[in-house]
Every structure is written in structure tokens, then in C-alpha cells.
Design a protein around this ligand. Structure first.
Ligand code: ATP
Ligand code: MG
Length: 400
């Protein structure tokens, strides 16, 4: 006997009323995509449940992949038995024996097939007794069992599960539109991208770099970070913005205390144009309130006004240690702490204003004819697409 199914639960999706079909279709497509290297499996949908039929495949690698798919709240290995008491008893015992480190259990039978000749309560007793008789040192605890052997008697057969494996939750990627992630090489923005993806958002990324002050290594770092994020989505197109000339002009023309504010405004202007050119509906940043000079309320007010696009800030209320915890869990931390030069740290003013005045920023910008430079910068953007495939190295889309 062996586990032949994986049962997939999708918690929050159940709340989506009329949209449920679209959400589940997307989840099913996403699962199929992530599992395409297992040609034998089938993904089936019945009565509000998703099942993976294993057809002899080893379930462990499949479970590991499914644990990174947003929209799945939990998973369980399942055995399908015929609707016959003896077969169900055997399968229930198998499931209990495969649960590790347990002292107590409980059986929960759900009879969906009303033609089945025993009621749920009767089956609970029959199975409970069978399990007690055929195991040692395990007792029943109906309130706080170590494991719950769940038995669902359906028209098509009986499904038996024991352990529940937690999934990531969230919404299936592709159900919440697409956003442009401002991806630096730091710790915060990859985590922010991860959390946007969690809510079903597909992402493109934009990275501002300043060659020759920033090196190829810095660019590679961003590519490696995006690669980690593709584990949770399908592909990420990175727009690499050559920012040197514009940055140099800003630091020549704008008083020191306001250079950073103006630089951020330029970043948002360029990002907005990239959104428009690529049909993206919002931007996402790794900002967290009060963390640094550019992330005070006054700074955000002075910076944000250049765009009408929504700016998602999934980290806004998080402490640094909470952000670091997530970055370790998603394997971006070690990439983020690689030493490298960031365009924002190279041209960092000695004393950026933590409370810039909006009127003064506007005044300084009016005396600075940046429009042509902005267009030139946008023209110089190169893009690279990173996918979740195990390819050797990414290809730049528009390099000769
Ligand atoms: P991070 O760890 O994400 O770099 P941070 O704490 O260093 O964030 P800032 O440097 O103030 O904070 O950047 C705030 C946000 O601006 C970043 O989270 C990111 O979304 C965006 N950003 C900063 N630098 C760049 C860059 N070079 N390219 C693209 N986006 C950037
Ligand atoms: Mg940074």
C-alpha cells in the first residue's frame, strides 16, 4: 500500500464568491506549471477539492514544490480506498502508521456518499477500534490528538489522510494584476517582492545602477535575487536603468540636503514610464516607515507626489528583524548581504534632509532642466528575463 494522492486545500479562496472559479483555475495552472517535470501526475478538481494523482511518483519532491505555491493553504498525503469497510480499515491503519512521533489520535469520518451503509459515527467507532487493536502505545484523544485520521467517503471512493502539511497561503499568482518591484540589492526589496507575490501579484522588477561606479557584480546580485523570487512566480523581467548621468546631474544641480529626495522622485518618474510601457498597474517598494531618511512621512510625501500610480509598500509596518527573518526563510538574505556598490550608497549625500519641504523640492527641480536626461535614461534601459527554469545564465533581451 502507498500514498497515491496529494490533497490540496486552498483556504482563503473559499471566500471569493463568484470569482472562485477563476482563482482555482489559476491555482491549477500554477501548480501544473511548477510540476511540469513530473509528466505522470494528474491534477484533478472535484467537489471543491484539488487532488494530485501521483501515478507512482515519489510524493516528497512534489510536496516540497507545492509548499512554495501561493494559494495553497495546506496539503495532505492521501490514499484512495474502495468504499468498503475492510479496505478503509487497511488504509486508515496505513495512514496512522505513517504519522511520525505520535502518542494519540482521533478518527474523523465524513460521509459524503449517503448510499454508504454505515453512518459517520458508526464508522468512527469501527475504525477507532481497528486502529487501537492494531497499534501499540497509541491512545485516542478526541480533544487534542497528535494526529487526526480523516476519512472522507465520497461517491468516487474514500480518501484517507493523516498529517497536514502547512502551505504558504496567500493568493494564486496572476489573480491580482502585475506590479513593478523597485529592486535594489538590499535586504528589504526582495522581501517586499515576495509579499506582493503572496497576494497574487505577478511582478516585473526595475533596478537603477550607475556604471562604472557600480559593477557587473551588483547587477548579477539583482539577477540572483530575482531568480530566488521566481520560485514563487513564473518569470520576472528586470528593467536595468543606467542612472549615472542623471544622478551626476542631480548632485551637481540640487543642494546636498535635497539631492536624495530629487533622486527618488526621478526613480519614481522612470518607474511610472516603465509601468505604462509594460501595462503594469502599480509599483512596489521595500520601504518601511522611519527606517532611513527617505522613509519618513515627510519624505514619502515629497517623493510620492510625482506619480498617480499606487505604490505598494508591503513592509511599511515591519521592524528590520522581522524583514530579516523572512529574507532568511526565502534565501535572499545571503545574496543581499554580499558586499556591493549600490547607486544610492555611492551618490549618498552627507546629510540628507529627513523632513524635506515639498515646496522647496519643487523649486529646486524647476531650476533643473532634467526632461531630456530623463528621456535619454529611459531609452537606455535594458531588460533581462529571469525564469524559474534551471537555465544556465539569463539572456539580455535587447543586447546586440
Ligand atoms: P533595500 O534593502 O530594499 O535596498 P533600504 O532599506 O536600503 O531598502 P532605501 O535604500 O531607502 O532602503 O530604498 C528604499 C526602496 O527604494 C528600496 O526598498 C527599493 O524598493 C527602492 N530602491 C532603492 N535603491 C534602488 C535601486 N538601486 N534600484 C531599484 N530600487 C531601489
Ligand atoms: Mg537600499
Amino acid at each position: 500500500m502507498q500514498y497515491d494522492h496529494i490533497l490540496i486545500r486552498y483556504g482563503e479562496l473559499a471566500l471569493k464568491g463568484n470569482n472562485i472559479k477563476q482563482f482555482i483555475n489559476q491555482l491549477q495552472r500554477n501548480i501544473r506549471h511548477k510540476l511540469k517535470k513530473f509528466p505522470n501526475i494528474q491534477i484533478k478538481r472535484t467537489q471543491g477539492r484539488l487532488f494530485i494523482l501521483l501515478h507512482g511518483e515519489d510524493p516528497q519532491p512534489i510536496i516540497q514544490i507545492c509548499r512554495n505555491i501561493f494559494g495553497i493553504s495546506s496539503l495532505s498525503l492521501a490514499i484512495k480506498a474502495e468504499n468498503n469497510v475492510e479496505e478503509i480499515k487497511k488504509a486508515a491503519l496505513f495512514a496512522l502508521n505513517h504519522a511520525e512521533n505520535i502518542k494519540t489520535f482521533k478518527v474523523s469520518v465524513r460521509r459524503v456518499d449517503k448510499k454508504f451503509s454505515y453512518g459517520s459515527q458508526e464508522m468512527n467507532q469501527i475504525l477507532g477500534k481497528h486502529l487501537l487493536q492494531n497499534t501499540e502505545d497509541i491512545t485516542v484523544d478526541v480533544h487534542h490528538p497528535d494526529v487526526e485520521v480523516k476519512v472522507e467517503i465520497r461517491n468516487t471512493g474514500t480518501f484517507i489522510t493523516s498529517s497536514v502539511i502547512q502551505g504558504l497561503g496567500g493568493l494564486p499568482v496572476g489573480t491580482s494584476g502585475k506590479s513593478l518591484l523597485l529592486l535594489s540589492g538590499g535586504i528589504d526589496s526582495p522581501v517586499s517582492g515576495f509579499l506582493a507575490i503572496k497576494r497574487g501579484v505577478a511582478i516585473d522588477a526595475i533596478h537603477f545602477h550607475s556604471p562604472p561606479y557600480t559593477s557587473e557584480r551588483a547587477k548579477q546580485k539583482v539577477i540572483d535575487l530575482a531568480k530566488e523570487l521566481t520560485k514563487y512566480t513564473k518569470r520576472i523581467k528586470i528593467h536595468m536603468v543606467p542612472f549615472t548621468k542623471l544622478q551626476q546631474e542631480i548632485f551637481k544641480k540640487i543642494p546636498d540636503g535635497y539631492a536624495m529626495t530629487v533622486m527618488r522622485r526621478m526613480m519614481l518618474r522612470i518607474s511610472e514610464q516603465v509601468c505604462k510601457d509594460n501595462e503594469l498597474l502599480s509599483m512596489t517598494t521595500g520601504e518601511s516607515l522611519g527606517q532611513v531618511a527617505s522613509q519618513t512621512m515627510e519624505s514619502m510625501n515629497a517623493i510620492n507626489e510625482v506619480t498617480n500610480f499606487p505604490v505598494l509598500r508591503p513592509l511599511i509596518s515591519m521592524d528590520k528583524h522581522e524583514i530579516i527573518k523572512i529574507s532568511r526563510e526565502i534565501n535572499t538574505y545571503d545574496i543581499s548581504i554580499r558586499p556591493y556598490e549600490d547607486c544610492c550608497t555611492i551618490f549618498v549625500p552627507r546629510s540628507p534632509k529627513t523632513r524635506p519641504k515639498r515646496e522647496r523640492v519643487i523649486g529646486y527641480e524647476q531650476a533643473f532642466d532634467y526632461h531630456e536626461l530623463l528621456q535619454e535614461t529611459i531609452k537606455g534601459i535594458e531588460t533581462v528575463t529571469i525564469t524559474d527554469e534551471e537555465e544556465v545564465s539569463p539572456k539580455f533581451d535587447n543586447l546586440l
